[in-house]
Design a protein around this ligand. Sequence first.
Ligand code: SD4
Length: 306
Amino acid sequence: MTWAVISTWKMSWKGCTLAADLLRQGLRGSEAVIRGIQDVEDNPEFRSVGYGGLPDEEGRVLLDGAFMNGDSLHFGAVAAMEGFRSPIAVAHSLAKYDFNNFLAGKGAEKYAAENGFERRNNLTEESRAIYEKKRGESQSLSAYDGHDTVCFAVLDQMGSMYTGVSTSGLFLKKCGRVGDSPVAGSGFYADSRLGAACATGVGEEIMKGVLSYNALRNLKAGMSPQEAAETAVSELSETLIQRNGKARSMSLILLDNRGNFGVGTNIRFPFVYAAETSSSTLYLAEAENGRCRITPVEDKDSLDID
Ligand code: SD4
């Protein structure tokens, strides 16, 4: 059986390569998702995920994460969780229950503590310094350029599909603000009989179109993975422009259940893909008249977006 993995942003390069190695060895896709995402969560240079994530308006790093099993459709999610190393690990653990799958704030922290998840203060000196500098300036809420949610979608050799996401959300968000990332259907969705999709960008926009589920509906309707992804993003973008005069940034990665990928974006968006038939490759997707131009990036260091 074939395998494949796709992940968001250049920052996921190492994690994606690690996930690909695990999938090649025949490990479960859930393991590949968790290990791939933890590589990003643990790296303080990436300022929108885990350790070193940028804080909310009160200077606290509140993290969101989610995991979905495309065989059983079980999902687990945490929102606005502070003080733990790995939101994806906690979210994965919550996916095994029939109830209480999505925990927020104190409830998520209590669960993580009671179940022995590793604690960590995720605010680094560097993130604090950026926060102190920005706090005094104009506080228009925007996705932190080029450093966004890490999302993984995988197909493993057993034919099972999984997704996972992890993020510190928008820089200087209101205390308690939760974006699309931990919200099933918007930030992520996986169905092993169909495909898996996950989103990054401004959560308030992504949730207006339930973007990940919508992209999979396009796949179900017979579109190719690429058409399914780019149509979901471009239709939502157009709708928002018609209704509100603008659409903020949104990007989506998708795998079908044979491991083919599709990507939609309304910005310039790097992603990484690896499969049985192709080694890890960094691509740049660029919005172009409602479609998406996708080109491999030979020299990773030359790309100005993380
Ligand atoms: C959020 N979608 O919290 C996340 C953050 C993100 O680009 O991906 N920003 O809205």
